[in-house]
Design a protein around this ligand. Structure first.
Ligand code: FE2
Length: 294
């Protein structure tokens, strides 16, 4: 097997809209690299101070994956889904033709987590919205030679996730103990990146390794069928590995809408404003969070 090398290391960038009430949003991946990580559009690492959050807002044309690393979050959407997410839980939300939802933190401690946006193919963008939730205890996990993996999507170490992906995606959370080395297969032709949460590790083939630390994201080159990671230092290294089959389609994005053309974007805005073509329920729905804070 040939390890992919690191193409580019990016630093997370704090977003101004996340300021206030102890809330921070660090953009790990954004517009500037979305062409080389297709089908991924964005990765944010957030810290939210209870009881603040993100009031009712729409999405169309892609999927949102929220992963709570610590603390508790709550969500509510206009399809009637509502629930609490605690440490280790995952919500996989397919916005499809339209969703309006609200996300906020509650409890005593700050909620710390990740939100990933995965693009949908043209013929999947206008599907009915849907929501999959995987509680921490239901996420398949196993350990091998000092390395633990949680399989959020796809397969690793011989175990599989039950999450149904529309765009083929591998989403793994590894924790590597001191002195361990990982060799993780990545499907050919898929774009891939890693984001380090704690500790530090070298990624890439021998003599071409790059050190990656927390707040950094390493985008991997397309050539190769696996990635080699080596923990550096005496602390465990925790990181996520994402890989996805590229869509190779034009992307037109404006805020919470991701379509293929400017016309479709304009249509999405009009549909949302007029509460039609998938946004009908936006007319009468308001989350409990919004109601109690307005
Ligand atoms: Fe959202």
């Amino acid at each position: 097997m040939t390890s992919r090398s690191v193409r580019k290391v990016t630093e997370s960038v704090e977003q101004s809209e996340g300021e206030g009430d102890g809330t921070t949003i660090k953009r790990c991946l954004g517009d500037d690299v979305s062409d080389i990580v297709d089908p991924f559009l964005m990765l944010d690492e957030f810290t939210v101070n209870p009881p603040t959050g993100f009031p009712d807002h729409p999405h169309r044309g892609f999927e949102l994956v929220s992963y709570i690393l610590k603390g508790t979050g709550q969500h509510e959407d206009f399809m009637g889904n509502k629930g609490k997410l605690k440490t280790g839980d995952v919500q996989w939300l397919t916005a499809g033709r339209g969703i309006v939802h609200c996300e906020w933190s509650y409890g005593e401690e700050k909620a710390h987590g990740l939100q990933l946006w995965i693009n949908l193919a043209k013929d999947q963008k206008m599907q009915e919205p849907s929501c999959q939730e995987m509680l921490a205890e239901d996420i398949p996990r196993t350990s091998k030679e000092g390395i633990e993996v949680k399989v959020i999507a796809g397969e690793a170490f011989g175990i599989k996730s039950t999450i149904r992906t529309r765009t083929p995606t591998l989403y793994l959370h590894f924790t590597m103990n001191e002195g361990t080395t990982l060799n993780q297969p990545i499907p050919k032709g898929w774009n891939a990146f890693v984001h380090v949460l704690s500790g530090k590790a070298l990624f890439g083939p021998e003599s071409k390794e790059k050190l990656v630390i927390p707040t950094q994201t390493a985008i991997l080159n397309a050539k190769g069928d696996c990635v080699i990671a080596q923990n550096q230092g005496s602390d465990p290294c925790s990181f996520i590995l994402l890989a996805g089959q590229p869509l190779n389609e034009p992307v037109a994005q404006q805020g919470p809408f991701v379509m293929n053309t400017e016309e479709e974007l304009h249509q999405a805005l009009e549909d949302y404003k007029s509460c039609i073509n998938g946004f009908e329920r936006a007319n009468s729905w308001q989350s409990n969070f919004q109601q109690s804070n307005s």
